[in-house]
Design a protein around this ligand. Sequence first.
Ligand code: AGP
Length: 372
Amino acid sequence: MGIGYSGNTASEYPHFMLKEIMEQPRVLEETLARSITPDKKVELGTGLKNEELAGYRRLLIIACGTAYHAGLVGKHFIEKAAHIPVEVELASEFRYGQPLIEQKTLTVAISQSGETADTLAALRLAQAKGSRTVAITNAVDSTITREAHGVIYTLAGPEVSVASTKAYLAQLVTLYLFGLQLARARETLNEREISRYVDALEALPGQVGSLLQRARELKEPAAVIARGSHAYFLGRALDYAVALEGSLKLKETSYIHGEAYAAGEFRHGPIALIEEGIPVIALATQPSLAEKTSAVMEEVKSRGAWIMGISPGGNNSISSLCNWFLDLPETEPEFAPILAVIPLQLLAYYTACARGTAVDTPRHLVKSVQDK
Ligand code: AGP
């Protein structure tokens, strides 16, 4: 079970967060085994028939925190695979708005705990506006499972650490599978394309496992980040969505002000924050955007930033700009978030350990945020 830790009872790991990070290959395997039939068909058991799925004109994803970040990744794949517009809304904002929800909108509420007050209120508002709703949750018998019209369970198992890790990965793979089921129902992907994606999904548990074998390597950049009080995460498109999750993990576990920026946007002001030695974590997993991201990396490097880079395929134009570089296994660009988030989860974990914070029970935080 990886990197010098044997067995998987909590006592084998110093913290639930590390235990839950290490469980992710199994979580992916079980989710895929539950959802892919022997003839490579995706059956998620949403309770929604393909005819109904084919009839929707818009998807609305509502969620908070890490679940919201999963929704941002889901949007990219579902729009590409199923050619349906996807809006992703912060449930804590959505619930107090006057949303215009058109007919034929399917609302997907994502919540690990199934008890987050903001997400429940947003779900009720969407339903009151006439939208069908599906909940993606990790908690059987939670309130959201009783209120949503359909439910998709993530199979992450109980998540104890406040900082969500394995539930996020389970949400990502579930959204990918939902995108494939939608694409089949809407006939926007052919059998060959679907099976190419299914093959790539089925390779992910092994690829995540090989990344976890190198977990201790993240102690080096963590030591650099732990010495400071700020760190900036940069990425374009899907990488920006993952950068948001990476910076949240760092904030909530190590109390360091991690901030994520869309790499192109960074030059329109925030780059003024760059000083000698300030850590910048740059994600470049999208082949079509890597060159554009390396251009921004050059700019922050020339201003003295200390750069940690994450990119697949030994991309020299990226690795040559980095003080610390991690080479990711190759996968379909759409699925790169599943691999790219692993070093960011470990970076947050080892930074928190270096700063001696309460890793599993960070100050001011609870696992499920209720209304006051
Ligand atoms: C993530 O690490 C945090 N614990 C928090 O942002 C969390 O994702 C958010 O509160 C949503 O929780 P839920 O998925 O249980 O609804």
